[in-house]
Write a protein that binds this ligand. Sequence first.
Ligand code: AKG
Length: 298
Amino acid sequence: MQVHFGKSVLEYPSDRFGHLTDSSPLVGDRDALRERFDRDGYLYLPGFIDPQKVTDARERILDYMAEREALVPGQPVLDGVMPKGGKTVSMMGRNPITTDPAVLRALEAEELFEFFADFYGEPPLTFDYKWLRAVGNESFTGSHFDVVYMGRGSLNVNTVWIPLGDIPIAHGTLAICEGSHRAPGFEKLRATYGQMDVDRDNVEGWFSENAEEILERFGGRWLTADFKPGDILTFGLYTLHASTTNTTNRYRLSCDVRFQPSSEPIDERWVGTTPKGHYAWMKTPGITMEAARERWGV
Ligand SMILES: O=C(O)CCC(=O)C(=O)O
């Protein structure tokens, strides 16, 4: 099938756009998980969180959106049908919804704490800030490294992408570029774009809106999946990722949360009862990615 992926359309499955490897058979074997993570730059764990926790969180979030008139009236709330032209409800880092107990039971599920305690070999901590998203029609996330947004503390931060519902690829799923964290083809990208800090440099965050361009310039292969409640995808700060385009009339609900070893320094923008967040980025006219790329020669 043809998948709209930002500003490109790619055939899926194909040798350039394939399926994530299921690492759930490795759960409980720390060395094998670490080896897989180091090799591929990600771990995809279907059915890892109790799906009921995720469904309860979805219900609470959609109620919150319905109260703000963001859903088409008369349709089942759990379907999350958006009006024509969409109406977004900003929920990223918004405490009233991100700290709701039903929502937190999924975003800070004990399954995640247990997993990272084993993975790090020490107690983990999670950022208080939650990147909760309701992604509308024709919207997508461009290719980026997370380090440009949260690289001031430990470099052993794990993003955990949690789909909040049934999310087939046409709904806008997260895709990762396999091996981009260590493949030689991406070295210059890591040494230029990957050294940026959006609050310090005030440059746009997405490296590219064109997923195909990434393959042509740097190599690699995009990977994604049809996601179900309870599935998670975790990856590191230097794994290039993006999302496919939501071509449906339903919001794509998902949240990205972060974990790291508790003994390592933490990026202070993302912790506390009201995290500071991006305090300078795009608060004054910024530098376009096009201009930055020209300077970096990538
Ligand atoms: O959900 C998305 O569209 C983007 C998520 C993301 O960039 C992340 O998990 O770091």
